[in-house]
Design a protein around this ligand. Structure first.
Ligand code: NAG
Ligand code: NAG
Length: 209
């Protein structure tokens, strides 16, 4: 995730997060409880709270299965981090429990669920690479994460959806950094820059669903 694109996205999110928390703190001073009762989240490794680790075959992504990954929790959680992610601080600020990964067996989704998977791209890999490039574990594009199958299976029973979303925070991202990361394996920077409109469009479309 060390590309400049990823860092840029990361910086923007940190800035947004700080603004958000500042507003939240101000709200908290005025009223004791938040109206947000659940968080639904899409994204990549910056937001994944344990999906990739469930999805990866044995022997892959071993690094995040061992300390110091998760040392803040006392055990590895599948987060690509030693400590808390932005999504964790957000949950804390809203007075909600940490967000469970949708692949978590027997986990509670009462306060939302996290569809973010490390390695995910915004665009479908077939759109982005014309089917010529296959990045393992990049098959969790926004479309996949948004798919009705996943949503339905993990959290909602049909008619319940609209009602629940009224009191939910839906987060889309961080996502898109991996689109550039993977492309940089075969393309130069000016070629990769041409992907930007498509990636941005994909994220906007996902937000409008
Ligand atoms: C699943 O969770 C429920 C409620 O917390 C618990 O009673 C049950 O034993 C759990 N099942 C497994 C297989 O862990
Ligand atoms: C990037 O790659 C394209 C296509 O191969 C080439 O035409 C272009 O000159 C390259 N640009 C740079 C800055 O290397």
């Amino acid at each position: 995730m060390a590309s400049s694109a990823a860092y840029f996205a990361f910086s923007v999110l940190v800035a947004l997060h700080l603004c958000c928390c500042h507003g939240q703190a101000a709200d908290a001073a005025g009223s004791s409880s938040s109206d947000v009762t659940a968080i639904y989240s899409l994204g990549d490794s910056i937001t994944d709270t344990g999906n990739l680790i469930k999805e990866a075959p044995p022997g892959m992504f071993e690094t995040i299965k061992h300390l110091p990954y998760g040392i803040t929790f006392g055990y590895p959680t599948g987060r690509c981090s030693d400590g808390l992610l932005m999504i964790d601080f957000l949950a804390q600020d809203l007075g909600l429990p940490f967000l469970n990964p949708y692949l978590g067996k027997n986990k509670s989704f009462d306060h939302g669920v996290n569809f973010a998977v490390a390695g995910a791209t915004a665009m479908d890999p077939t759109d982005q690479f014309n089917g010529r490039f296959f990045a393992p574990f990049s098959s969790n594009s926004l479309n996949v994460q948004l798919s009705v199958t996943i949503f339905t299976r993990a959290i909602f029973v049909s008619a319940d959806i609209r009602k629940r979303l009224q009191s939910s925070l839906v987060l889309i991202g961080e996502i898109g950094g991996n689109d550039y990361n993977y492309a940089l394996f075969g393309k130069n920077v000016s070629e990769v820059e041409k992907l930007i409109p498509g990636v941005v469009r994909t994220i906007i479309d996902a937000a409008k669903v």
